[in-house]
Design a binder for this molecule. Structure first.
Ligand code: T46
Length: 141
């Protein structure tokens, strides 16, 4: 599994830093929604789901956290702690977010508005979905 991390341009000067994110320039999709998580309690694991179509970029704009990515075959853990670094999470990728520092703010730029129907919240269902998706791609080749 290839981990795709974006290093955003920092517009720094003697006053401090600024990062600007534009759809299709810095972000590879149209940004339809922005949300962020903060005040995450100690020991909490968020996520536990995949999306059927939605893609996203996660940026830990303050503090730090870990992201577990699972494509149904392989798992990888990514540490996020830099406000100028974005982790690309494609569709059909199981994710779990954990080990949030007390001051962590995890921002998400999403390619779709909120649709509960786009979520796969059951891990067995996710594995089935991924297998069907892969065999469909093989047939299409
Ligand atoms: C994802 C990870 C990284 C809304 O009403 N609108 C929204 O846009 C979102 C994201 C959530 N909600 C409601 C639904 C739940 O009642 O907020 C509550 C918490 O959402 P959820 O349990 O889905 O949060 P996480 O942290 O498990 O997952 C979120 C996103 O839902 C998901 O798309 O990829 O962050």
């Amino acid at each position: 599994m290839q981990i795709v991390k974006y290093q955003f341009q920092q517009h720094g000067d003697h006053r401090g830093q600024l990062v600007s994110l534009e759809e299709f320039n810095d972000i590879p999709f149209e940004i339809k929604r922005v949300y962020y998580m903060y005040d995450t309690k100690d020991g909490v694991v968020r996520g536990h789901h995949a999306h059927k179509t939605l893609e996203q970029i996660l940026v830990c704009i303050h503090g730090s956290c870990k992201i577990l990515l699972d494509n149904g075959k392989e798992k990888k853990i990514v540490f996020l702690e830099k406000p100028y670094e974005g982790l690309y999470v494609p569709n059909t990728m199981w994710r779990e977010m954990y080990d949030f520092s007390a001051d962590a703010v995890l921002m998400c730029l999403a390619s779709e508005v909120y649709h509960e129907e786009d979520y796969i919240r059951d891990y067995e269902e996710f594995l089935k979905f991924v297998q069907e998706d892969r065999s469909m791609h093989r047939e299409g080749q």
